[in-house]
Design a protein. Structure first.
Length: 223
């Protein structure tokens, strides 16, 4: 018998902590994306209106690839959670590896499509060859989202928070200032791909450590 009586609306042990642990990294990612865009635009303003407009179009076109990768990786969180909770390391690794392969293949195909169709898709808004630079990291960017969602599925709040902050905060924002100072406009343009690849390396290292320390209890449990 199911009931919606208020006396059953209680926060169980550890529920609030788990929700906050997973929710804070996700919310911080959105905040940092907005803050990073502000910093990026401020750096581009010094080079005129065209780079600002070009980067805006580049970010939007790049999101066509990125959002599909995010959707794929978010979808595996329940599988990761079930297998991690059951101690089924073998099945968890199968899910992780399969999703990683699919993500890279999908990212590569979509990136090639975007590069071939850039005149039709991008030049509708602006005619600037620099727009394509952000696509350089798109084929492998799904690995970062895969690692973030895998870590969230495992309930590891601190590593998840670290990876979330890395791409748009700890790595990207400093790179904007450093590369802008060293290489000017070209440095600003390549700051995002550089931050993406550095974040991917950090993500792989963290996931590798977590997988090695994961306790394997039952190989026969299926999710």
């Amino acid at each position: 018998t199911l009931s919606i009586s208020w006396k059953y609306f209680k926060v169980g042990e550890g529920i609030a902590k788990s929700v906050v642990a997973i929710g804070i990294p996700a919310s911080l990612n959105n905040i940092l994306m907005s803050f990073a865009n502000i910093i990026l635009n401020q750096a581009l303003v010094g080079y005129g209106d065209t780079p600002v407009a070009a980067m805006g179009v580049a970010l939007k076109s790049n999101m066509l690839v990125v959002l599909l990768q995010i959707g794929l990786c978010v979808g595996i969180q329940p599988l990761i959670g079930y297998n991690y909770g059951a101690g089924n390391k073998k099945r968890l690794m199968q899910v992780f590896k399969f999703t990683g392969i699919v993500s890279v293949i999908m990212g590569t195909i979509l990136t090639l499509f975007m590069m071939v169709a850039r005149k039709s898709l991008v030049q509708v808004f602006i005619n600037d060859a620099q727009v394509i630079t952000l696509q350089l990291s798109a084929p492998f960017l799904g690995i970062l989202f895969l690692c973030i969602n895998t870590i969230q599925g495992m309930g590891k709040a601190i590593p998840s928070l670290l990876l979330t902050v890395c791409r748009q905060g700890l790595i990207f924002i400093p790179l904007i200032f450093i590369l802008n100072h060293m290489f000017g406009l070209e440095g600003v343009i390549y700051a995002q791909p550089a931050a993406d690849y550095l974040s991917i390396v950090v993500a792989i290292l963290i996931c590798t450590h977590l997988f090695r320390t994961m306790e394997h209890r039952n190989e026969s449990v299926e999710a």
